[in-house]
Design a protein around this ligand. Structure first.
Ligand SMILES: Nc1ncnc2c1ncn2[C@@H]1O[C@H](COP(=O)(O)OP(=O)(O)OP(=O)(O)O)[C@@H](O)[C@H]1O
Ligand SMILES: [Mg+2]
Length: 139
């Protein structure tokens, strides 16, 4: 199954739309609530990152029998130091974003902790690509 959602940078009123849709979809398909919860949390944090830090983005979801693969690709400033960005507590969130309750610098590590595979790459001045995979079959 394949789904696509657009994300608009700066628009916090719509942040969380793709992850809430994913929640509805996975609740029908996946019996293991823990997997549903982890995957929805991961996508939510990724969506908020696009809204908070980028200009626009696209969510691509592929659900297979053995795994869920989610790509979140954005157009934006990119991340110059991914290792630093991954550090818990590191944040460049603006005052406006902090006023919305975001900017603890926990999102990326939260995404990593809630996924089975995590790939983050970025080109400064162009944008950022995130791929997360959740396994549906226990190893
Ligand atoms: N899509 C993105 N585009 C550009 N920079 C990003 C993106 N995602 C994350 N970053 C950078 O990495 C930093 C850390 O991201 P992370 O999600 O861990 O924390 P945060 O978004 O600042 O705060 P929180 O997620 O806790 O609300 C951000 O402050 C920002 O500098
Ligand atoms: Mg974040």
């Amino acid at each position: 199954m394949y789904f696509e959602f657009d994300i608009e940078g700066g628009d916090f009123s719509k942040a969380g739309y793709a992850s809430s849709q994913l929640k509805k979809i996975l609740k029908q398909l996946v019996g293991d609530h823990k997997i549903v919860k982890r995957t929805v949390v991961a996508l939510y944090e990724a969506e908020v990152n696009v809204v908070a830090h980028a200009f626009s983005g696209k969510v691509i979801i592929n659900i297979d029998t053995d795994k869920i693969e989610i790509q979140v690709n954005d157009k934006g400033p990119g991340i110059s130091d991914i290792q630093l960005a991954m550090k818990e507590g590191y944040s460049t969130a603006s005052e406006k974003v902090r006023e919305m309750g975001f900017g603890a610098g926990m999102g990326l590590s939260n995404i990593k902790n809630n996924s089975d595979e995590f790939y983050l790459s970025s080109e400064v001045g162009l944008g950022t690509k995130l791929t997360i995979i959740a396994y549906l079959v226990k190893e």
